[in-house]
Design a protein around this ligand. Structure first.
Ligand SMILES: Cc1cc2nc3c(=O)[nH]c(=O)nc-3n(C[C@H](O)[C@H](O)[C@H](O)COP(=O)(O)OP(=O)(O)OC[C@H]3O[C@@H](n4cnc5c(N)ncnc54)[C@H](O)[C@@H]3O)c2cc1C
Ligand code: FES
Length: 272
């Protein structure tokens, strides 16, 4: 893992994506570039605006989407108190950022790799698609409930092949689930790699198909976190006996320290 740092960064801009009913919920937050030696797709940062003071103590975790020579980009959905306050950030504001944190997705350049994203779970795949040395070996299936323009789908689709599924009714969800099983079975057949990120029910579905068809599959968990650095036990997930810490840590792993990426057979999402 890269050496993590705590650093204060200026906001360059905070751009709303795809307005819905006049209120934007999705934002690309661009910060000045941190002095990191390295980072890997799948890693995340904890971010806490200076302006929160004692009002909100805990930082919030977000996947690293991209780090260029000029900036660090995060993509987030405003779902609660913290993210709604992040949505108010303006150019010139200061934020404290801890990172890069956690482990990363496997990169096997010559292996056919299927990226499965549910909703805001698309975020870590922006960096993955752009950093991959052979993007022609990648394919994404993206399921979403909000209009496609709310998500940075285009910036991924310009690098790799990708399909999207808008879920407007229960039948749409069933079609997407059927598609997921078909694609996971195909990648298992050819000894490909399957990587998934999204809400827990989505990851649980992917996990069940991966185990059923014997696919090599990694899941990135978006568990709630408080400290993000292994200090509070606020983010534990249940492990199976395939996880190397299963015996020593009584069947629990910290998502911030030991994840957020786990092999599908290492964790038990029925106990999440
Ligand atoms: C490793 C990691 C990477 C993440 N990457 C991103 C990202 O790139 N973009 C992004 O938008 N979000 C991401 N998340 C989720 C994000 O951290 C939460 O949405 C955020 O912390 C919510 O803070 P809040 O104060 O606005 O919500 P709160 O007020 O704390 O909660 C509001 C609502 O959101 C739900 N909620 C809170 N946290 C989560 C969560 N982690 N997962 C699902 N529901 C949650 C709560 O149950 C509640 O219903 C990531 C989480 C992790 C652990
Ligand atoms: S968030 Fe505190 S231990 Fe993981």
């Amino acid at each position: 893992m890269s050496e993590e740092q705590c650093t204060e960064l200026k906001v360059l801009d905070n751009v709303p994506f795809g307005q819905v009913s006049g209120d934007a919920q999705f934002f690309a937050l661009r910060l000045e570039k941190p002095q990191w030696k390295d980072w890997k797709p799948g890693q995340f940062v904890m971010i806490r605006p200076r302006g929160w003071a004692f009002d909100m103590l805990w930082a919030r975790p977000f996947s690293i989407c991209r780090v260029s020579s000029r900036d660090l980009v995060l993509f987030f959905q405003a779902v609660g108190r913290g993210t709604r306050r992040l949505a108010e950030l303006k150019a010139g504001d200061s934020v404290v950022v801890w990172g890069p944190l956690g482990n990363s997705f496997a990169v096997e350049p010559d292996t056919s790799t299927l990226l499965l994203a549910g909703g805001i779970g698309i975020a870590p795949f922006i960096g993955y698609a752009h950093a991959h040395p052979k993007p022609w070996n990648l394919w994404m299936e993206f399921g979403h409930r909000m209009p496609l323009g709310c998500y940075p789908f285009e910036s991924i689709n310009e690098k790799i092949m990708a399909d999207n599924y808008l879920e407007e009714c229960p039948e749409d969800l069933q079609k997407f689930i059927a598609r997921l099983e078909k694609r996971i079975a195909e990648y298992a057949e050819r000894d490909g790699l399957v990587l998934a990120c999204g809400p827990t029910p989505f990851l649980h579905t992917v996990q069940q198909f991966a185990l059923k068809h014997g696919a090599r599959c990694q899941l990135s968990l978006e568990t709630r976190m408080a400290c993000g650095v292994g200090g509070c036990l606020g983010c534990v997930t249940s492990t199976t006996d395939k996880h190397h810490l299963h015996e020593t840590q009584a069947g629990k792993a910290q998502v911030c320290n030991n994840g957020p990426v786990f092999w599908a057979d290492e964790i038990d999402l029925t106990k999440a």
